[in-house]
Design a protein around this ligand. Structure first.
Ligand code: ADP
Ligand code: MG
Length: 724
């Protein structure tokens, strides 16, 4: 079969697909969290005292004592066995964006030859996957490769079913034998603790006496593409790199804006429902789904949850989504830019912090006290983004997200904060010293009536901002669709913790000087705005004018690629921040920098390699076949004394030559391997190698528009994005 045949066969297969046979849907009440060992399941199986201890641990992060851990382990085992489980696994989140698991059987045999099941607290609590193959950024020499997984009781265990079995999955942390974090969960837990301690200080100074532990929350909107599996099978680039390395634009793209919120194609709707029922069984609250802007692009947004659980659920969601898509003959693409020329995919991380006594600290609230607390926390965020914008840029840096950030439809690579018109005005007024002031008929002595009038306005949006206030939370919009939410959450919690500590020091000084609460808050927020107000920006983040102004006038950093962004992870002020907040040590940060840089290097090297292969073995041969056909036709026609214009053949020949020249250049450029530092290597890849890749792609895409359709080997954009 010639390669162009596989493309036509794919179209044939897709257009003849029989509708999927689906099981009839079950009511939510029946399936909700039915595979989760959550508090409801525990209440049924634990002793009262064990349940109480476990509930406290899950809701406040309090430590669980060994006796109760033993009780929980026994109950968890019984619960899992009743669901047909034979294996269990600690599930953990290494420094890559991956999810990792190592399965162990419950089985042991006794001397009589009977199989019995065993699962003690020690097995529940600690696992020892070899783990030597996980990237660890020099944290472990291979001869001391041991890594430990340890149960995280604050994230519920669950059962994963396949057609013929089930496994108990236990959310866990992953650490080295020397105690360093090798994963994304430990820093998230630590960052939350740091934020809680700092927030508590501020609230105490504000006169709050009953303060429950503060927790961060996360609701992640996940964008993705669905491509028919038959097309994907004929696209080595989609299969291996998750994005199309070649492909001429489709005449119809997204210019009509007719995909966003349009009726969902039935086949996709069936997939979504199947997928969401699976999420419900796992206790993941799928809440919204719709078509996205690009053809073939969709979104799912679960309801927000405590950050640690939300992060675990996000990872699980991506796994379930890919598997379910596969079962429906789709390839689910989580890459940030699978198709050039149409929108890429992001993962908007909605983030807030709060507790059960004061509520959501990023909600303006309805009393002057609530308003003051809200303004303090908002001010802390503004300061954090200003001081640590480059860190926020670094935690979302990847080879794939580089294609999206700064491109036309995605937030820029410059970190600024969008507050919305009303809130921006409140902060500008504070900066101008307009608060407190007494208003005639004002509500409060301190003139806080203005603040009370502040109403959240969720309709007020700025799509061009990477970091936007949206009424009762901040939305970090620049996060990439394939990324774990943990990195961004860790960075946000940590910068907030730092700012809250700073705020509490300022506040304390103001209060000791005799000012009352609201006057003290206003003074502190004025300092915040004077020092950090430059990061507040409500205009068009896509405009070249902003890019110039941000850098030249406001002193913000523009870090266009991961090569510039990743080194910010080990900038002295960032290392100091993480060490002071007790979230990551310098060694742990350096290991992360090493792992992410390595991933960046490998991603680009893989793409270059695959481009060379596809150009040489698929695209060039198609050009030659076409030329050979044309030249035969020209010869035959000339024997009939008919002369055909040869400009097409000329153009194809010229482009085919240019293509092979570009192949040669990319080969040469990619052969360089002696670099002084990984920073230098990344820069070289970002500019020289990616530059050579772009040139090669341009020639291939031009050939696609010249060569006879029946000879073109790769499924085209107009097919992949539109045929379902
Ligand atoms: P939109 O597209 O308008 O931004 P979506 O409904 O698609 O809204 O997604 C908003 C996300 O923000 C949801 O996951 C939602 O649960 C989450 N969210 C809402 N309130 C909060 C909050 N206080 N903290 C964190 N996330 C929140
Ligand atoms: Mg949305």
């Amino acid at each position: 079969m010639s390669s162009s045949q596989s493309r036509t066969n794919a179209i044939h297969t897709i257009t003849n697909r029989a509708p999927k046979v689906v099981i009839s849907p079950e009511p939510l009440s029946k399936i909700w969290a039915c595979d989760v060992f959550n508090l409801a399941a525990m209440e049924e199986s634990l002793s009262k005292s064990a349940f109480k201890a476990m509930k406290k641990t899950m809701q406040t992060g309090a430590e669980l004592d060994p006796i109760n851990a033993e009780v929980v382990a026994a109950a968890m085992k019984e619960w899992a066995l009743s669901k047909g489980v034979k294996f269990f696994s600690h599930i953990f989140y290494p420094m890559t964006n991956a999810t990792a698991e190592k399965h162990d059987g419950f089985i042991i045999t006794n001397p009589d030859g009977n199989a019995i099941t065993d699962f003690s607290a020690s097995l529940l609590i600690k696992g020892e996957p070899d783990g030597s193959s996980f990237p660890n950024g020099s944290l472990r020499a291979t001869n001391s490769a041991r890594g430990y997984t340890a149960w995280d009781p604050t994230s519920p265990a669950y059962v994963m079913h396949t057609a013929n079995g089930a496994t108990l999955m236990i959310p866990s942390v992953f650490l080295s034998w020397t105690g360093e974090s090798l994963d994304k969960k430990i820093p998230l837990l630590r960052s939350n603790a740091a934020m809680n301690a700092a927030g508590n200080k501020v609230l105490s100074l504000m006169g709050e006496t009953d303060i429950a532990p503060l927790n961060s929350s996360c609701g992640a909107e996940q964008e993705y593409f669905l491509i028919d599996a038959a097309f994907a099978a004929a696209r080595p680039d989609l299969l291996q790199c998750g994005r199309s390395l070649f492909g001429a634009p489709s005449p119809k793209g997204q210019q009509f804006d007719d995909h966003y919120f349009a009726a969902i194609p039935e086949r996709v709707q069936i997939f979504m429902q199947d997928f969401e029922d699976k999420l419900y069984k796992l206790g993941i609250p799928a809440k919204a789904h719709h078509n996205e802007v690009a053809p073939g692009q969709f979104e799912i947004a679960p309801y927000f949850e405590a950050a640690n659980v939300a992060a675990d659920h996000q990872q699980l969601l991506m796994t379930v989504m890919k598997n379910t898509a596969h079962a429906h003959d789709f390839l689910c693409l989580l890459h940030e830019k699978p198709f050039a020329g149409v929108n890429g995919s992001g993962k908007h991380v909605n983030w807030s912090v709060g507790n059960s006594t004061q509520g959501n600290m990023l909600d303006p609230g309805s009393t002057p006290e609530e308003n003051l607390n809200f303004l303090l926390f908002c001010g802390a965020v503004i300061r954090g983004v200003h001081l640590y914008g480059p860190l926020l840029r670094a935690v979302i840096a990847s080879a794939s997200n580089d294609h999206r950030l700064g491109a036309n439809e995605a937030p820029p690579a410059i970190l600024s904060v969008y507050l919305g018109e009303q809130l921006e005005k409140v902060f500008k007024d504070i900066q101008a010293g307009e608060f407190p002031r007494t208003e005639k008929g004002g509500f409060m002595e301190m003139g806080l009536s203005q603040l009370l009038k502040f109403e959240r306005d969720p309709g007020d949006r700025n799509r061009t901002s990477p970091f936007a206030f949206t009424g009762n939370r901040f939305e970090f919009r620049a996060v990439g669709s394939s990324q774990s939410v943990s990195g961004p959450l860790v960075a946000m919690n940590t910068m907030l913790a730092d700012s809250l500590i700073w705020l509490s020091e300022q506040l304390e000084a103001e209060l000791t000087s005799g000012k009352d609460k609201s006057a003290a808050v206003m003074s502190v927020l004025k300092i915040v705005m004077d020092k950090h107000g430059n990061v507040v920006f409500g205009g068009n983040g896509y405009s070249p004018e902003w890019h110039r102004m941000a850098v030249e006038e406001r002193g913000l950093k523009n870090l266009p690629t991961s090569a510039e962004a990743l080194p910010e992870l080990i900038a002295p002020e960032v290392v100091s921040l993480f060490e002071r907040m007790g979230v990551l040590t310098s060694v742990e940060l350096h290991s992360r920098f090493e792992v992410y840089s390595e991933q960046y290097v490998r991603s680009i090297e893989l793409e270059a390699k695959l481009m060379l292969e596809i150009a040489t073995t698929l695209i060039y041969p198609a050009a030659i076949s076409y030329l050979s056909g044309l030249s035969g036709t020209y010869a035959q026609l000339s024997s009939l004394k008919i002369k055909l214009d040869t400009s097409v053949a000329d153009a194809v020949a010229k482009e085919a030559d240019a293509l092979m020249n570009a192949v040669g250049t990319l080969k040469t450029v990619s052969a360089k391997h002696d670099f002084d530092s990984v920073q230098a290597h990344m820069k070289y890849l970002a500019y020289d190698v990616c530059g050579a890749m772009n040139t090669l792609r341009n020639h291939a895409d031009t050939l696609e528009s010249l060569i006879a359709d029946d000879l073109w080997p790769l499924p085209k954009y107009r097919e992949m994005l539109f045929i379902k």
